[in-house]
Design a protein around this ligand. Structure first.
Ligand SMILES: [Zn+2]
Length: 159
């Protein structure tokens, strides 16, 4: 059994028109997924699968925190995640992903949503992510304002 086998959703075998799943995506999850941007985190993931005529709507709810790298000092920083995302799935002959709809082979009827969960989380990370009190930001600002402080000090000394 692979580490991410628990994220398989059996669509073909749905006994009712709505099925719910719940996972906790932790550090083991993120290391198994091997994504570029998020290496660690802790997310509560809830999934509601709704079967409609010929398709399935997968509604994900992600809540928690992930660890990303600060753009500025390259140290880890925590990024809160609170998102709702929908994935549409339908059955077909072969696996296909056209962005809006994922097609899975009907003979299997199962989709592993581990990577989708990862992608939904990664989409929530702002393009520019910097610690609110990033140490490299502070030290750079101090350096930049040094000459002005020098001038001010001189003024004070003159008086
Ligand atoms: Zn930083």
């Amino acid at each position: 059994m692979g580490k991410l086998d628990g994220y398989k959703v059996d669509l073909k075998g749905m006994a009712t028109d709505t099925v719910s799943y719940q996972w906790q995506a932790d550090n083991d999850f993120f290391s198994a997924v091997q994504g570029q941007e998020i290496k660690q985190g802790l997310l509560d993931v809830a999934l509601r699968v709704k079967r409609t005529s010929g398709a399935y709507e997968l509604e994900f709810q992600l809540k928690g925190e992930v660890e990303v790298t600060c753009d500025r000092c390259l140290e880890p920083m925590s990024q809160p995640i609170d998102a709702q995302c929908t994935l549409r799935v339908r059955m077909g002959d072969e696996y296909a992903d056209d962005g809006d709809v994922v097609t899975i082979p009907e003979r299997e009827g199962v989709i592993n949503v581990a990577w989708n969960i990862y992608e939904f989380a990664a989409l929530q990370i702002p393009l520019r992510h910097v610690h609110p009190d990033c140490p490299s930001l502070t030290s750079q600002e101090e350096k930049e304002s040094d000459p002005r402080w020098e001038a001010l000090r001189e003024l004070v000394n003159v008086k």
